[in-house]
Design a protein around this ligand. Structure first.
Ligand code: ADP
Length: 378
């Protein structure tokens, strides 16, 4: 016994009722309807396992209904009823997705066989679909598990590195102070030791500031977004670096068109984005160099660029630039203080706005950091 739901669409009442009489005793639930439009309406309201469709009905060709039936449920089995089974017709119906044919006149046994086979076919394809979905879900869970494990590993490594980097300046300061306390440093040498202590203190302060900013970036609600003009913030940030640039005799230029659109963003994040990019450009550019910032619209994105004529980044290290605490070898040789967190902050800010950051660089020639953020209506 099957309790499968079946719909018959045929303009001949006799055929509809005959089919109903044959199928109901077998346990099938059978609805009948006499035209295509009413049939589609019923299909939209109910779910049928199998539909028996007359090919020739006044005003409609049954074959044309198959696509609409499958749009509702691709696994509904369509069996065509036809008075004249030609090869051409069969090919067309199969192409449209019909499963079988019943040629009039057909016996009850023919009908029961076609229906039973159709229902079996539906059961098998639903089972296959469920199995496929289960495999896909298992795959997704496996990937999610790997992602979480990777995240956990990265987090533990981050904590290890933070602890180390926070401890190093404090230990150094402690050692310098002990030397003074124990009388090992003559009075005239003490200013130098104090200057070293202050430099290490500044390192600690910078690191704590970056860590704090990274922590804030994790909590989206910390930032109030509003309409922001990136060019205005760029000019303001630049002004703050005039002293540093003058000290190194670095030439600076800003290029921003008149048509820079506003973006919806947190002003302090945009400030931090420019500040980190420009401070790196100045830090890693020797005296008498050049730093340039550009802002323009391209292909629906607002592009910001900061270029310099500095030390550049070795190609094999560029991929790791945006990882926590990473500092390139040539940077370490230059003995410029840094936390290795600025680019991580930049990446989070840009990606938080749905954009991306890239770098082009040649050692000894300079670097260009470029961010692209989508603009509304772009
Ligand atoms: P840091 O505090 O070390 O500057 P960042 O995360 O801002 O940390 O940068 C990471 C590393 O990327 C730097 O240590 C440096 O090696 C490299 N880098 C960043 N910007 C530049 C640049 N403009 N020119 C050359 N190297 C750069």
């Amino acid at each position: 016994m099957s309790n499968a739901k079946i719909l018959v669409i045929d303009d001949e009442i006799g055929i509809c009722e005959g089919i109903q009489r044959a199928l109901v005793p077998e346990g099938y639930c059978v609805d009948i309807t006499f035209d295509g439009e009413a049939g589609l309406q019923k299909i939209r309201e109910n779910s049928y396992d199998l539909v028996l469709i007359d090919v020739m009905m006044p005003g409609v060709n049954g074959i044309d209904l198959i696509a609409s039936i499958h749009a509702h449920d691709p696994e509904t089995v369509c069996v065509m009823i036809t008075g004249y089974a030609t090869v051409e017709l069969a090919v067309r119906a199969i192409k449209e997705g019909a499963y079988d044919f019943l040629s009039k006149p057909f016996s009850v046994d023919d009908l029961l066989l076609a229906v039973a086979q159709g229902i079996e076919r539906r059961r098998l394809s639903l089972d296959a679909k469920r199995a496929q979905a289960a495999v896909a879900e298992a795959h997704r869970l496996e990937e999610e598990k790997n992602r979480l494990e990777e995240l956990d590993r990265a987090k533990r490594q981050f904590i290890r590195l933070v602890t180390h980097d926070l401890q190093a300046p404090v230990s150094a300061i402690e050692n310098y102070l002990k030397l003074i306390q124990q009388g090992y440093v003559p009075l005239e040498d003490q200013p130098e030791i104090i200057a070293k202590c202050l430099a290490r203190t500044q390192e600690e302060i910078d690191l704590l500031a970056d860590l704090l900013e990274l922590g804030h970036l994790e909590v989206i609600e910390t930032f109030k977004v509003t309409e922001v003009r990136l060019d205005e913030i760029l000019h303001a940030v630049m002004d703050g670096f005039q002293g540093q640039m003058a000290q190194k005799n670095i030439q600076f230029e800003i290029e921003a068109g008149e048509d820079i659109p506003v973006v919806i963003a947190a002003p302090e994040q945009i400030k931090s984005l420019w500040r980190n990019l420009i401070s790196n450009a100045i830090k890693y550019t020797p005296e008498n160099g050049r730093v340039a910032a550009r802002l323009y619209v391209k292909g629906g994105s607002l592009i910001g660029e900061v270029s310099d004529t500095g030390i550049g980044i070795p190609p094999d290290e560029q991929e790791r630039l945006f990882s926590e605490f990473f500092r390139a070898k040539n940077t370490k040789e230059m003995d410029v203080p840094g936390t290795g967190l600025g680019l991580v902050i930049i990446k989070r800010i840009v990606e938080g706005m749905g954009g991306e950051i890239t770098v082009e660089s040649e050692p000894g020639c300079g670097s260009t950091f470029r961010f692209a953020i989508p603009v509304q209506g772009g």
